[in-house]
Design a protein around this ligand. Structure first.
Ligand SMILES: NC(=O)c1ccc[n+]([C@@H]2O[C@H](COP(=O)([O-])OP(=O)(O)OC[C@H]3O[C@@H](n4cnc5c(N)ncnc54)[C@H](OP(=O)(O)O)[C@@H]3O)[C@@H](O)[C@H]2O)c1
Length: 273
């Protein structure tokens, strides 16, 4: 990946939170600043500080960069895409991380020859612990998937979808999911506070518990269900809490099912608008 980018260059359209996280990952992995073009009307100090290192900021577009990553907000697409449509002749691979913007909508703006990959990352990308799901259009080749995977691996794991239909559910699960977990931390802390703990201590305990349990769930060979059973003694404290949380009418299962269904539905509606 690095070779082809260092040889032919890459363009990053939109360099806000996600764009900057990716840029940092690419540079850490050996992409030369001189091989990177960044287009953003209000670049951050981080990006501006790379200009003396030969990063191309708001410069004329390279003729045929190997990769163009589109990281503007979905509502800015209409304005942003015409500026890069000239690259849609087939020599550049486009990777869009914009939520809700379909492969069809991207192809309409970038032309019938454009090789396009749609990706859905999540915010732990900021610390290179994200997970990104990708799907390519009919023009995208196996090499394109490899290049996109390598580029997006700079901010975490990458998984491949079998159809674009899955993207709304992915958005609802892993795209929006970090917010659910942040809310879990908030509400666990509030629950501890309600039982008499000082606010700061409750938040510290909740944050470290979710982070530690998340890491254990990712690294341990056991399934999450096995890990749960392992810490639940019959008649004990965990069992008392799980009796509430696993209630089929009012617990996590119906609640999270409803939340993820609402997010999926919203994603579908945004994709059509
Ligand atoms: N953050 C997430 O958790 C997350 C997760 C999954 C997917 N995404 C997707 O990632 C994309 C970027 O999100 P973000 O959180 O990084 O947003 P962001 O911080 O607002 O970054 C977008 C950047 O694009 C710039 N921009 C606006 N119009 C432009 C144009 N015409 N040409 C070039 N650059 C332009 C913005 O500049 P101004 O600030 O001056 O407008 C801003 O710096 C979105 O499409 C979002 O759906 C984000």
């Amino acid at each position: 990946m690095l070779d082809i980018i260092n040889q032919n260059g890459m363009l990053l359209l939109g360099c806000g939170k996600m764009g900057s996280a990716m840029l940092e990952g690419w540079l850490d992995r050996g992409v030369e600043p001189s091989a990177v073009w960044v287009n953003d009307p209000h670049p951050s100090d981080y990006v501006k500080a790379l200009v003396p290192h030969d990063l191309n900021l708001n410069a004329p577009l390279p003729a045929a960069p190997a990769l163009c990553v589109i990281a503007v907000k979905p509502q800015m697409m209409g304005e942003a895409l015409p500026a890069i449509a000239a690259l849609g002749t087939g020599n550049t691979l486009f990777v869009s991380i914009a939520a809700g913007t379909t492969l069809g909508a991207l192809a309409k703006a970038l032309g019938p020859q454009a090789r396009i990959i749609r990706a859905m990352p999540n915010t732990p990308a900021a610390i290179a612990r994200g997970i990104t799901a990708i799907i390519g259009n009919a023009n995208a080749t196996a090499e394109d998937i490899t290049l996109a995977t390598a580029a997006l691996s700079a901010v975490g794991q990458v998984v491949r979808l079998s159809s674009e239909d899955q993207m709304d559910a992915v958005t609802a699960l892993s795209g929006s999911g970090p917010a659910y977990v942040f809310h879990l931390i908030e509400t666990m802390a509030a629950g501890g506070e309600a039982q008499g703990l000082p606010a700061e201590l409750a938040l510290h305990l909740a944050r470290a518990t979710v982070a530690g349990a998340g890491a254990l769930a990712e690294l341990a060979p056991e399934s999450p269900a096995e890990l749960r059973v392992n810490v639940t003694s019959p008649g004990g404290t965990t069992a008392a809490a799980l009796g509430v949380l696993m209630d089929a009418e009012t617990g996590f299962p119906p609640l999270l099912n409803k939340a993820i269904a609402a997010a999926t539905e919203r994603g579908r509606a945004l994709g059509k608008s």
